[in-house]
Ligand binder design. Structure first.
Ligand code: GLV
Ligand code: GLV
Length: 330
């Protein structure tokens, strides 16, 4: 019998994936709640055939060079900005991710932040807990209506579409901005493709669903917040560095926009002296959009199947760099 593949798993992931991996591989699983330090990870992958990584693990060229046998990196996330994909491809290493299964959970979180920020829910909760609630206030806690307003989606992929679909239930008009046309969104949801300037000027809710790359890093800056309505609500469930956080702070503080809901920050976690944490008109969740039992199980399953396919020379079910097929390590 051929020796079993050696793999390193950088955190405990759900049984739905871990079991498949442990049955078929010689697996070492990092037991700590915090990620392995970069130098430890380098040592761990030195004799591995496969790696299961998280978005908190930086998989760069130097790390890949320290793993001469590595055939596959299976990222337990849909986003893969933590991995230098070109470097992996150049070394014949397959990369997998977990698209599709977290679309609904992530869109639910975006909608949750949207409605929570619009109705000042967390601020109200704090108000109750701190004993400030004295009476019913005709002019207190006023938020924004949702029905019939305009949603602007920046990045109309699967998650953007799923949020737009939810908001159609609230009779919202859907605008989107993307490098690609999304004909499904136009046909099914009546979404209209518009320029970025128009989207910012006309939307009541602006939600980001792009990946993080050189074109989107810092995309939401001072100029962009100034183009939004003073009643606008800004939602980010994608990646923190897409937003200039200082500019967001200034916009929220000055009332340039009404409120924001974030599931991602830059860095993660935010520093305790991050000024955004002191604002009343923001909700910040700790990067939990995919955190439901069912979604995390489904992610673990795809992640394991990507890993095993990568080890066995098969097509990965969710393959980030299929262009590596003819040059992959065997
Ligand atoms: C989470 O942010 C993911 O990319 O899956
Ligand atoms: C991510 O999975 C997206 O396509 O939005």
């Amino acid at each position: 019998m051929a020796p079993r593949h050696r793999v390193f798993v950088t955190r405990v992931i759900p049984e739905a994936g871990l079991k498949q991996i442990q049955e078929q591989c010689h697996a070492e699983i990092w037991p700590d709640p915090l990620p392995p330090p970069h130098d430890v990870l380098r040592e761990k992958v030195a004799n591995c055939d496969g790696l299961v990584s998280l978005l908190t693990d930086r998989i760069d060229a130097a790390l890949l060079d320290a793993a001469p046998q590595l055939k596959v990196v299976s990222n337990y996330a849909v986003g893969f900005n933590n991995i230098e994909i070109k470097a992996a491809t150049a070394r014949g290493i397959c990369v997998g991710n977990t698209p599709g299964v977290l679309t609904d959970a992530t869109a639910d979180m975006a909608f949750c932040l949207l409605i929570g920020a619009a109705r000042r829910l967390v601020e109200g909760h704090q108000y109750t807990l701190s004993g400030q609630w004295k009476t019913w206030e005709p002019l207190g806690h006023l938020g924004q209506d949702l029905v019939g307003r305009t949603l602007g989606i920046v990045g109309m992929g699967r998650i953007g579409y799923a949020l737009a679909k939810r908001c159609r239930g609230w009779e919202m008009k859907i605008l989107y901005h993307d490098v690609h046309r999304n004909e499904h969104a136009e046909k099914d949801l009546g979404a209209t493709s518009v320029g970025f300037d128009q989207l910012l000027a006309e939307s009541d809710f602006i939600s980001v669903h792009t990946d993080l790359n050189d074109a989107t890093r810092g995309l939401f800056n001072e100029k962009r917040f100034k183009q939004m309505k003073p009643t606008a609500i800004f939602i980010n469930t994608a990646r923190g560095p897409i937003v200039d956080q200082k500019a967001l702070y200034n916009a929220l503080k000055a009332g340039t926009i009404f409120a924001a809901g974030l599931d991602v920050t830059d860095p993660e976690p935010p520093a305790l002296d991050e000024p955004l944490l002191r604002l009343p008109n923001i909700i910040i969740a700790p990067h939990i959009a995919s955190a439901t039992v069912g979604t995390r199980n489904a992610m673990a399953d795809i992640c394991a199947r990507n890993l095993l396919a990568g080890l066995n020379g098969q097509d990965l079910p969710a393959w980030v760099n299929p262009e590596v097929a003819s040059t992959r390590r065997r």
